[in-house]
Ligand binder design. Structure first.
Ligand code: H2B
Length: 99
């Protein structure tokens, strides 16, 4: 179920403070910068394994050490708890990698 866009800033602040809300369509955004391509790809590999298990996948764009991520739930036409959960998992993976 789509989360109320007006409630997202507070939810992000509490759980995933480095993420931003973009609009039309409503989506979550964060850019990661790693040491090099190897680290960025390692991060993406770990996230990919989780995403496939959860059947919820990021939109992302990688250039060398940077990974730009946008999360939304296409079926719901906005942001759902699944996006918050995936963002939370990405934060944990990045943290475990020394970010
Ligand atoms: N990922 C994301 N981010 N949003 C979706 O709506 C979505 C998905 N739908 N992964 C899933 C797959 C759907 O296409 C399959 C058929 O379950």
């Amino acid at each position: 179920m789509k989360l109320d866009a007006s409630k997202l800033p507070a939810l992000l602040q509490q759980h995933i403070p480095k993420w931003k809300v973009l609009s039309e369509p409503t989506r979550l955004q964060r850019s990661y910068a790693f040491k090099d391509f190897n680290e960025a790809w390692g991060f993406m590999s770990r996230v990919a394994l989780h995403a496939e298990k959860a059947d919820h996948h990021p939109n992302w764009y990688n250039v060398y050490n940077r990974v730009d991520v946008e999360l939304s739930t296409h079926d719901a036409g906005g942001v759902t708890q699944k996006d918050i959960d995936l963002a939370t998992k990405m934060e944990k993976i990045a943290h475990d990698m020394g970010q």
